[in-house]
Design a protein around this ligand. Structure first.
Ligand code: SF4
Length: 206
């Protein structure tokens, strides 16, 4: 098997870009197993899933040219201390996924009246990208050491977008007692994580 996935940092999502990059369909999503897989019988060892710029942005897919390289890569993965949470986690069906975070557009209103901070992520199919462009939910939940709430809402109509003046997705809204404290639109990649957290703090300290 020349292709290895480092599941320590892979969000193992159906939307993995490597699926589109693979010329033979060997890199695919297995619905029954709810996991990515590589079909050895159709893999032509081209390495594109690991090396293409359009493939995995976090470098979770590795390609070995020979046995020696394979051993080296396996050891590197074994020794890798990172976890998905180091990469700003948890979006779009990747693992680990917290289903309670999801809510429908018409289920959102009661959640917004919470006296604690409520972070609401609006997204739609077109705005889905890899976890390198994600939101650090675990850190957000810990802001101010409060029992913050986080909800992801898949936007199907313009109702909420119009209500909150959201122009582009994804968008992160910060709400307290049903008041919009501020919103951040667009993606933030891993190297912009601090920038995103600074923006959140700026809104909270207004
Ligand atoms: S090495 Fe090439 S054929 Fe094999 S899974 Fe990767 S992209 Fe597909």
């Amino acid at each position: 098997m020349p292709v290895i996935i480092n599941y320590k940092i892979c969000d193992n999502a159906e939307a993995c870009n490597a699926i589109n990059v693979c010329p033979t369909g060997a890199f695919r999503w297995n619905k029954e197993k709810n996991s990515l897989e590589i079909d050895e019988s159709t893999c032509i060892n081209c390495g594109k899933c690991a090396t293409s710029e359009e493939s995995c942005g976090v470098g979770a897919i590795k390609f070995a040219k020979d046995e020696e390289e394979l051993k080296k890569i396996k050891k590197e993965i074994d020794d890798d201390p990172r976890t998905i949470s180091d990469l700003m986690v948890d979006r779009y069906g990747g693992q680990p996924l917290n289903n309670p975070f999801y809510c429908q557009e018409d289920e959102l209103q009661p959640v917004l009246t919470t006296p604690n901070l409520c972070f609401v992520e609006f997204f739609n199919d077109d705005s889905i990208e890899c976890l390198i462009k994600s939101i650090p939910i675990k850190e957000i939940l810990k802001i101010n050491n409060e029992n913050n709430t986080y909800r992801k809402v898949e936007i199907a109509t313009d109702k909420l977008l119009n209500k909150y003046g959201v122009k582009s997705l994804p968008a992160l809204l910060i709400i307290k007692n049903d008041d919009l404290l501020g919103k951040i639109e667009g993606y933030y990649s891993i190297d912009q994580k601090q920038e995103l957290m600074d923006k959140i703090n700026e809104i909270l300290n207004k």
